[in-house]
Design a protein around this ligand. Structure first.
Ligand SMILES: [Zn+2]
Ligand SMILES: [Zn+2]
Length: 454
């Protein structure tokens, strides 16, 4: 408070006024979350009591003092509330209720299905863009010691989805307050990203038929990268993940008489070795494909040759054609070896996450919007080895996933999914302002109406 009130009183005034609305929406729902009966006066009281904390939390990096049309500390409170109450994939019930309440309070049309969709329409333009945030937490016991640790032991927002939701709600707040664009913004809050099921579930519900969009975007925070640094690339940005299971059915027998059986462990070992030739001899060097056998389970014992062996593993690929080639070669190699030894075999290959492919137009738009916000931008970063469920949206509509630096110090630099990771609150207004910029760029008013915004 000291920083803002003494040096930028105008910002403080705007931000404080806006905070009242935003906090009321958030806190009303928070009270419901904890089962506290309330009326409007209690809600206002709650807002006032939270405002005491604001005086401490305002000491943030200078970029936050930038007047982005909302109060940073509201977003911090909201993000920490999300952090305290993490919910696992497809069980994000309280989270969804809070989001729906906030969007409604902001004046958006809200639709609840497996996820939550908020519509903000302005003008007569028929263009529409989708902005996605993920809502689910991970089954991790948090080891952090801050005062907003998970109150749901065994669940934790360890991937920053609490921050992703808050940044997108912040954008909704900015744009609802000052809707200087022409068209429709479709705010997509999706469940169950971590298992790669939520995006597809929303698509299966007919989200895109009901709310057609021409472009779609998503942000993921990136621990270890400088705060607010935007990086992305045209083409593949995240890898696919496929899981496989190979079951060999041989003939068990006595360890001293191998000629009487068909030893599944020897055949399995041959398959493990042969699978490694897919990357080294069948795919182009530098394809970025990984084939890992991670489990080898048999029913053998110290003096019993196994009749059955199961191999399980994980495949990462950067391009769909490489993934398809791995699936085909894995089957061919496994069945060939099984035939050579006269045993039967089954090969299952399931792709849980497809590759995330950024389209060029949306990626250029992201780079431009980041530049307009004064953010350091890497327009052609290395592809990431992790996977993203947002891939399904990108497959349906041209889109772009961008990564935004979460900072390098302390919990902000810890890896995603670490039990002591934390989303950096300083990123909240940066992300929200970036989203608003992108909307205003992509749904710009016709040239004759631009003057209205000045
Ligand atoms: Zn994750
Ligand atoms: Zn994530």
């Amino acid at each position: 408070m000291m920083i803002l009130s003494k040096t930028t009183p105008r910002s403080t005034e705007i931000l404080t006024n806006f905070a009242e609305i935003f906090l009321c929406a958030a806190s009303r729902n928070l009270l419901q979350t904890y089962g506290i009966k309330h009326n409007l006066s209690q809600c206002e009281l709650y807002c006032r009591s939270l405002s005491q904390e604001h005086e401490i939390r305002i000491a943030l990096p200078p970029i936050i003092a930038k007047d982005v049309g909302m109060k940073t500390i509201d977003l911090i409170t909201l993000r920490r509330d999300f952090h305290r109450a993490p919910e696992l994939g497809f069980a994000e019930n309280l989270t969804k209720a809070r989001i729906a309440a906030i969007l409604t309070e902001l004046g958006l049309e809200v639709f609840e299905g497996v996820g939550v969709v908020g519509l903000l329409k302005q003008g007569s333009g028929n263009r529409a863009i989708g902005l996605r945030a993920d809502m689910d937490a991970l089954p991790i016991f948090e080891t952090s010691t801050h005062d907003y640790v998970s109150q749901n032991p065994g669940a934790m927002h360890a991937c920053g989805h609490d921050g992703h939701m808050t940044m997108l709600l912040g954008a909704a707040a900015i744009l609802a307050k000052d809707p200087d664009f022409d068209g429709t913004v479709v705010f997509l809050f999706q469940p169950n990203e971590e298992h790669g099921l939520g995006a597809q579930a929303m698509l299966d519900e007919g989200i895109l038929e009901r709310f057609p969009i021409q472009e779609v975007y998503a942000i993921h925070n990136l621990p270890g990268a400088p705060l607010g640094q935007v990086s992305t690339r045209t083409g593949q940005i995240c890898s696919s993940e496929s899981l496989f299971e190979i079951i060999i059915e041989g003939q068990g027998g006595h360890a001293s008489m191998p000629q009487m059986g068909r030893d599944a462990i020897t055949i399995g070992a041959e398959i493990v070795q042969a699978l490694q030739t897919i990357v080294s001899r069948k795919l182009a060097p530098g394809a970025g494909v990984v084939v890992s056998v991670t489990e080898f389970i048999t029913n053998g014992q110290r003096n019993v040759l196994p009749g059955q062996a199961t191999l399980k593993g994980d495949v990462r690929a950067r391009m769909p054609q490489d993934r398809e080639a791995v699936a085909k070669l894995m089957k061919q190699i496994s069945e060939g070896i099984a035939a050579a030894h006269g045993v039967s075999i089954s090969v299952a290959f399931n792709t849980e996450f497809i590759e995330t492919i950024n389209a060029s137009g949306p990626t250029e738009a992201v780079v431009e919007a980041a530049g307009a916000q004064g953010l350091e931008t890497i327009p052609n970063r290395e592809p990431m080895s992790f996977s993203e469920d947002f891939a399904h949206f990108c497959q349906a509509v041209p889109g772009c996933l961008l990564l935004v630096g979460n900072g390098q110090e302390g919990p902000y630099g810890q890896p995603l999914h670490a039990s002591n990771y934390d989303f950096n609150d300083a990123l909240l207004p940066i992300g929200a302002a970036f989203w608003a910029q992108l909307v205003r760029d992509r749904l710009a008013k016709p040239a004759g109406e631009q003057g209205d915004n000045v």
